[in-house]
Design a protein around this ligand. Structure first.
Ligand code: ATP
Ligand code: MG
Length: 589
């Protein structure tokens, strides 16, 4: 099956297509902004055939798992003529921050998606609904669907029951709606300390689903919120705020990860009660769960990632080894590669692990097509062409991209002293070694055929230079050059023209595919060789590389000019991914 055909075959798409075929959502009205049924009815028929949303909590930087969710939600809206809302689930005042809001908006845009089009700007904050959420709480109280419980946390735990035993009703469960309303208002007015009262839904303390045993809806918190300041001292619970936010925004398909499957009955219960109250029209938003991304050799939990940052085990949230979107970006990942990755892994209803190599391959497949080629010598050894005149040089040229001649050619000089890779020379050639060794001929890629005539060693026995003679009629691209049949073909740069640059050879952050398996501390699994910094000799044109320019360094892999540490004329390069998967063969790159 082609990748495009594959895309149309997951169960979420199946559900959406069935809903569209039945015109399930076709009669919804949209007033151009979130609101209750009365507001929405004043608008025209909703031009968005479906509405999805991406609802992060602004309490950290997004990671590759979020990228999956972004591609899924925005991708579905794009593919089905819908819209995807960007919503901050910022109902928990203590952990949230504007810094995270900004970085999340940046990440979504960078991935290639937008919540804004020429008609609508669908950027929302759950905290903008605080008034509405609170008003609904009063309505639920008045309708007898919610009550103020004054048990302490300990008592609430004790009466909640277990997975096998039902809970027992709180002594406050039978409070009159009037008493509940008075208490709720006092809670909001700051008359009661934290933990003294809590608003709960009145559902069923004996339900086999623990989430339906009178779940908490509102709690007292004397905390300053990053957007509403000190205006509130009661804050809604996630399970209360989320379905209501969806309904206010006309969301049709509310896609979330599997751990919320058990919360779906509560999601539906709340919206049904509010629909009965006339606040929302049917059909109500539908929650659909999919398996979260688990990626081998990585951690996808904001809390653990934060630990790496706080303990200085990485250089920050955007360290190129981090699976954060900012980290992947600095590493050299492209938006297209992450979209391709999300498409390839698809969505499923069962938890599983995706191998890191799938992510890496998506990047290779994108950069193979798009990245310009260049030459870098990572472990330089001098090669002296003894029969080439001193001080002379001449241009050689190579395609910018071998499959795209229209992208033109690049030029670089050939001269008497060159840098080659240390591993491309052997004093004594092992079997099957076709590169340079005394007496052997190789082609210097895009240049001449040379024959090795000798080498120099220092007192410690280390090779310090290799000597060779070039064959003047063998230059690549000139008539007769093909007559030379040599097995080795090595890359090089001219020593006088190349420039030295810092190159970071990144590898996987963890050495273990499941860094925290069995409750182990993930820090124990860190790969000690995840970063090697070297000074390489680079093709002269690379000095002009702009931050985030990506290249294939021939024979070495894909590299990107670091977006934060490159300076004009002095780029620093990060290895994004090697040319081949070296982990599959068991050896580290
Ligand atoms: P974390 O556990 O890392 O803090 P989270 O789920 O608490 O993640 P949110 O900010 O609540 O983070 O997530 C925003 C959206 O991203 C949610 O809809 C959530 O389902 C989705 N999401 C988070 N992690 C993953 C993942 N690993 N795979 C797929 N989707 C994810
Ligand atoms: Mg969360």
């Amino acid at each position: 099956m082609s990748e495009a055909a594959d895309r149309s075959s997951n169960f979420i798409r199946g559900q959406i297509e069935a809903d569209l075929a039945q015109h399930k959502h076709a009669q919804r009205h949209w007033a151009g902004r979130p609101g209750v049924a009365d507001t929405q009815r004043q608008g025209a028929l909703d031009t968005a055939r479906i509405r999805t949303r991406f609802p992060p909590e602004p309490n950290g930087y997004l990671h590759v798992g979020h990228a999956k969710s972004i591609c899924l939600n925005f991708g579905l809206a794009r593919d089905y003529g819908g819209r995807c809302h960007m919503r901050f689930d910022d109902t928990n005042p203590v952990k949230e921050d504007q810094e995270y809001v900004d970085s999340i908006l940046d990440a979504v845009r960078w991935l290639g998606f937008d919540w804004q089009d020429d008609q609508e700007d669908n950027l929302y904050y759950a905290s903008d609904y605080f008034d509405q959420l609170y008003a609904f709480a009063e309505s639920l109280v008045q309708a007898g669907h919610a009550y103020v419980d004054s048990q302490n946390a300990e008592q609430m735990r004790a009466t909640r029951g277990t997975l096998t035993e039902p809970g027992t009703d709180s002594p406050y469960r039978s409070r009159s709606p009037d008493d509940n309303l008075r208490l709720l208002r006092e809670m909001r007015e700051g008359k009661h300390p934290e933990g003294s009262h809590i608003l709960r839904a009145k559902i069923d303390m004996a339900s086999p689903n623990m989430n339906l045993r009178d779940p908490a809806l509102y709690r007292i918190r004397f905390a300053e919120h990053h957007r509403t300041g000190k205006r509130w001292c009661v804050y809604p619970m996630y399970d209360y705020a989320h379905p209501i936010s969806d309904a206010l925004e006309n969301i049709t398909h509310s896609i979330c990860t599997l751990e919320f499957a058990d919360h779906r009955p509560l999601y539906d219960w709340l919206l049904e009660r509010l629909a009965e109250g006339g606040f929302f029209e049917r059909p109500l938003p539908q929650q659909i769960e999919f398996a979260r991304l688990n990626l081998t050799y990585a951690i996808t939990s904001k809390r653990r990632l934060q630990e790496l940052v706080q303990r200085d085990l990485v250089g920050g949230w955007d360290d190129p080894r981090m699976p954060t979107i900012v980290g992947l970006r600095r590493r050299g990942y492209t938006p297209a590669s992450l979209q391709l990755f999300a498409e390839r892994i698809g969505v499923s209803k069962a938890d599983s692990w995706i191998d890191m190599s799938v992510l890496e391959q998506a990047l290779r497949d994108d950069l193979e097509v798009s990245a310009a080629r260049a030459v870098a010598v990572l472990d330089p050894l001098k090669l002296i062409i003894t029969n080439y005149p001193e001080g002379a040089s001449e241009p050689c040229s190579a395609p910018v991209h071998p499959q795209h001649p229209e992208r033109g050619r690049r030029e670089f000089p050939f001269s008497r002293e060159l840098w080659i890779e240390r591993e491309d020379f052997a004093e004594q050639a092992p079997k099957g070694f076709f590169r340079l060794f005394p007496g052997n001929r190789v082609r210097l890629r895009y240049g001449y055929v040379v024959q090795c005539t000798g080498f120099d060693k220092d007192a410690a026995g280390r090779i310090t230079a290799v000597h060779a003679e070039y064959l003047a009629d063998s230059k690549s691209g000139t008539p007769g050059a093909d007559l030379y049949k040599v097995k080795g073909n090595i890359h090089w740069v001219s020593a006088a023209h190349a420039f030295a640059a810092e190159v970071r050879l990144y590898d996987r952050l963890y050495a273990d595919p499941h860094p925290d398996a069995g409750g182990r501390d993930h820090v124990q699994s860190l790969n000690p060789d995840s970063l090697r910094v070297i000074e390489a000799q680079l093709e002269p044109s690379l000095a002009q590389a702009a931050p985030e320019d990506r290249f294939q360094f021939e024979r070495h892999g894909y590299f990107v000019a670091d977006r934060t540490q490159s300076t004009p004329g002095k780029p620093v390069f990060n290895r994004a991914v090697s040319l081949k998967d070296s982990w599959a063969s068991g050896k580290s790159a």
